[in-house]
Design a protein around this ligand. Structure first.
Ligand SMILES: Cc1cc2nc3c(=O)[nH]c(=O)nc-3n(C[C@H](O)[C@H](O)[C@H](O)COP(=O)(O)O)c2cc1C
Ligand SMILES: C=C(O[C@@H]1CC(C(=O)O)=C[C@@H](OP(=O)(O)O)[C@H]1O)C(=O)O
Length: 383
């Protein structure tokens, strides 16, 4: 079984990740994981914290001389900001009096977390509910991506829209919708958007929101290429690949909706315009004329690219805060709290989406082919 756990507070010493279930003998390159971590830190609209952090992984177990051992893999990511928080985040009791955070931000975990865990200082909630944790997931995704690569599977993400700027569904879902060169343009765009004119418009929209002390959400898309037919199953609700992808994408903080393939667009037309016609080639392979299913039929991968879109809400911390409540006094207040924050995280969330796609496909591939070593798994896959 493949599984992973992450631990760590946003302003604590760092993030720790334990990954279990990857086969022995997989070549692992730290530089590739670090490159993904750098991609997650980028994107137009990120705040001051990303100027402090320079995320990279340190392996503490499970990898020797560049190859996995089959034992649990431990990775660590340092929080460079920790030095500024050592006293405030000290695990041991400290003598100094610390002002508790009591004004809750609408849309963040401040209110629900404080009530649920009985915290009178919302700082105790903020630390773990922070999306700093998504760096840990991207490290796991970086490992999984190297595993999937061995089976010819690659994963990309791009931003389709910010607020009202960009994508209007339904988009054409054809096999040629993703020319190879578009991904290079995506990586070179500060919005992770292949269209240069759209990139400029998105940036202008984010700047406008920022000027008003506001924040922006949007939509990103994750696409996986080279996925073999047969991952997932219709046999139980929780074995469907679509179920598992939706859950994984919805686990990204601020994700509020998921579409697979044509998604909600498929509800606004009729069946003859939606279902993908199947064809057979002379060499025995299969293909579909369109990909409205987003690569999944009956909860099983159908050999076409897997296409998932995720709607991201505008992030909760506003420079012009909304009215709220002070949970210490119970007083209704005109403004909740502002603290250093991002303005738009859609490009970064897309990189986290890639990681979650990599995790789900790794798990499904391990189920399908099994094996304790890479040699064994590749033999099974070839068979
Ligand atoms: C990469 C990333 C960075 C984020 N940065 C911030 C931030 O700086 N300020 C903020 O209020 N929310 C930020 N968020 C969103 C919050 O973490 C999220 O809204 C919060 O945890 C509540 O969860 P929910 O929106 O899923 O209900 C970020 C999300 C992601 C994915
Ligand atoms: C630290 C990260 O994201 C953070 C997510 C976040 C939040 O409230 O979710 C708040 C901000 O942190 P800080 O309060 O330290 O400025 C973001 O920078 C990161 O992505 O690595």
């Amino acid at each position: 079984m493949f599984r992973f756990l992450t631990a760590g507070e946003s302003h604590g010493p760092g993030l720790t990740i334990i990954v279990e279930g990857l086969p022995a003998g997989l070549t692992v390159e730290k530089v590739l994981i670090d490159a993904d971590l750098r991609r997650r830190q980028g994107g137009y609209g990120r705040g001051g914290r990303m100027k402090i952090e320079k995320d990279e992984v340190r392996f503490l177990s499970g990898v020797r001389h560049g190859k996995t051992l089959g034992s649990p893999i431990t990775m660590q990511i340092e929080n460079r900001d920790w030095v500024n928080w050592e006293e405030r985040m000290n695990p041991a009791p400290v003598d100094v009096e610390m002002e508790p955070v009591t004004r809750v931000r609408p849309g963040h975990a401040d209110f629900t977390g404080a009530i649920k865990y009985g915290h009178s200082d919302v700082r105790n909630v903020i630390e773990r509910s922070s999306s700093r944790e998504t760096a840990a997931r991207v490290a796991v995704g970086g490992l999984c991506r190297q595993f999937l690569q061995q089976f010819g599977i690659t994963i990309h993400s791009h931003v389709l829209s910010v607020v009202e700027v960009g994508y209007e569904e339904p988009r054409p879902m054809t096999p040629d919708a993703y020319p190879e060169e578009m991904w290079e343009a995506v990586e070179n765009s500060p919005m992770r958007c292949a269209d240069a004119a759209l990139t400029e418009k998105m940036i202008a929209r984010i700047l406008e929101a920022k000027r008003h002390g506001d924040t922006c959400g949007g939509v990103f898309e994750v696409v996986a290429f080279g996925v073999p037919i047969g991952l997932g199953s219709f046999s139980q609700w929780d074995r469907r690949l679509s179920t598992r992808l939706a859950m994984a994408m919805m686990s990204i903080p601020s994700a509020k909706g998921v579409e697979i393939g044509a998604g909600f667009g498929a509800t606004r037309t009729t069946g003859s315009h939606v279902h993908d016609v199947l064809r057979h080639r002379e060499d025995g392979s299969w293909y579909h004329l369109t990909n409205n299913a987003g690569g999944i039929e009956g909860g099983i991968s159908n050999g076409e690219p897997i296409v998932v879109r995720v709607g991201v809400k505008p992030i909760p911390t506003l420079a012009h805060p909304l009215p709220s409540v002070d949970i210490a006094s119970g007083e209704n207040i005109d403004q909740s709290r502002y603290e250093r924050s991002d303005v738009c995280v859609v490009p970064a969330a897309g990189v986290v989406g890639e990681a979650m796609m990599a995790v789900v496909l790794t798990e499904a591939l391990l189920e399908k082919y099994g094996g304790d070593s890479m040699d064994e798994m590749l033999r099974h896959a070839r068979a």
